[in-house]
Design a protein around this ligand. Structure first.
Ligand SMILES: *Cc1c(COP(=O)(O)O)cnc(C)c1O
Length: 425
């Protein structure tokens, strides 16, 4: 088992941030215990240790196997539609006084970056010899991506989803069912994403050999944060090459939204080694900074253990994990991936909160000026980019547009109604 460090991480010594970043870039993190500096690890019941260590071993072998890489690349191209385009945002650039580039993960199959990880892990599940897949889902995007990957590769699939989300996200439930998945509403706990993860973990504990748990973000016990990052790092690799090809340079600043942190970590990894690219993770600031009003874990959290990993966490003064709020379900999670806590600790990435209102405004602006209806999650990244542009005119900006907004139409109708023909939000 891993050693338990439950106190706050040590303050950085002078020069330590650079050393820690070098360790990450050299591949020393995550270490054998799944640590990124003080964060990460695998806090799982003894009954799961065999499954997580086997997953680690099989994943390492797969990533080193050219045949696995070739199959992942072929399916990414033919079925997901990779590479996704890099798109110059002329309208936003004019309005913000800064060149803005969008990485179009919204054009990936099933409408978001989630599919990169779902496909990759489903291919890993084959190598593990698993006979079925379980997953959790919040807004339903990861459930849809997993259901699609399972249909493609012939796995039976069960998706745990909080009963509140089943109600809020009915169209995605229907999509999962049509793709052949079984959807199990979770009535325990907060009846949203957190409870769905608890339930999926419980299922995995009861059947760790036949079942692969296809976790949807860069959270959970090691090796998940690392595996998910590896499958999502295609976003950063492509973005970097496309920026150089199209503009002959790297961006001054790059922006991604952070829920559990999978799209952001994959995107950031393309630029971590370039000290001149400022990196920004935008969290859900919700209705404001009060406890329970937001999901801005790195802006307001304290370290603790949730879902098998030691990371920053939103908790009350007794250390109880609190219920969170965001206008978008995809960011509504009280924890965050351990690698983000690490990058925040060493200061390589800046994490800022964006309120519901700011995200809705950025959403409307992207619709009107670009003819792109983004998801509410990347609208947080757009709002962060707009904020940066107003303080840094002319800076070259890159935004990970990690999903399309069709799933958000019911929320948009409620939160930003069109007031009639020709009306405005
Ligand atoms: C699920 C989701 C997110 C949040 O998940 P991360 O792991 O933080 O990327 C963000 N955007 C979209 C479009 C999503 O579907």
């Amino acid at each position: 088992m891993t050693t338990t460090i439950l106190g706050p991480p040590d303050r950085l010594a002078p020069g330590q941030a650079a050393t820690e970043l070098a360790r990450l870039l050299a591949g020393d993190y995550p270490d054998a215990a799944g640590r990124f500096g003080p964060f990460g690890g695998r806090f799982v019941p003894e009954t799961l240790m065999g499954a997580v260590t086997r997953l680690d071993r099989v994943a390492r072998a797969a990533f080193a196997d050219p045949a696995f890489r070739a199959e992942l690349d072929r399916e990414s191209r033919d079925w997901i539609g990779r590479p996704t385009p890099l798109c110059y945002a002329a309208g936003l650039s004019r309005a913000w006084g800064a060149p803005v580039w969008l990485k179009r993960e919204d054009l990936a199959h099933t409408g978001a970056h989630k599919i990169n990880n779902a496909l990759g892990q489903a291919l890993l599940a084959r190598r593990l010899g698993a006979t079925r897949i379980v997953a959790e889902t919040g807004a339903g995007q990861h459930g849809v991506a997993t259901a699609a990957a399972c249909a493609r590769l012939g796995f039976p699939c069960r998706v745990y989803m909080g009963s509140i989300d089943v109600e809020r996200q009915a169209p995605n439930v229907d999509r999962m069912l049509r793709l052949g998945a079984e959807v199990v509403p979770v009535e325990t706990g907060d009846r949203t994403l957190r409870a769905a993860i608890d339930e999926a973990l419980r299922h995995w504990v009861s059947d760790p050999l036949e079942t692969h748990y296809l976790l949807g973000s860069a959270v959970g016990p090691h090796p998940f944060p690392w595996i998910v990052r590896e499958f999502q790092s295609v976003i950063g690799r492509e973005s970097r090459a496309q920026m150089i090809e199209r503009t002959g340079r790297l961006p001054d600043a790059a922006f991604a939204c952070v829920g559990g942190g999978s799209n952001a970590i994959g995107f950031f990894h393309g630029f971590l080694a370039d000290p001149r690219v400022a990196l920004f993770g935008l969290e859900a600031g919700g209705r404001g900074p009060g406890l329970g009003e937001h999901s801005a874990t790195l802006s307001h959290g304290r370290p603790g253990v949730l879902h098998g990993t030691y990371s920053m966490l939103l908790q009350d003064s007794d250390g109880q994990v609190i219920e969170t709020h965001s206008v978008c379900a995809g960011l509504d999670y009280p924890g965050v991936g351990p690698e983000h806590s690490f990058l925040n600790w060493i200061g390589r990435v800046r994490y800022e909160a964006v309120t519901d209102r700011e995200a809705l405004d950025a959403h409307a602006e992207c619709c009107a000026r670009e003819g792109i209806l983004p998801a509410l999650e990347p609208s947080h990244a757009l709002a962060g980019a707009r904020r940066f542009a107003s303080a840094n005119p002319g800076a070259v900006l890159l935004v990970n547009l990690c999903g399309r907004g069709d799933k958000d139409m019911p929320i948009l109708a409620r939160e930003a109604p069109m007031t009639g023909p020709g009306g405005r939000p």
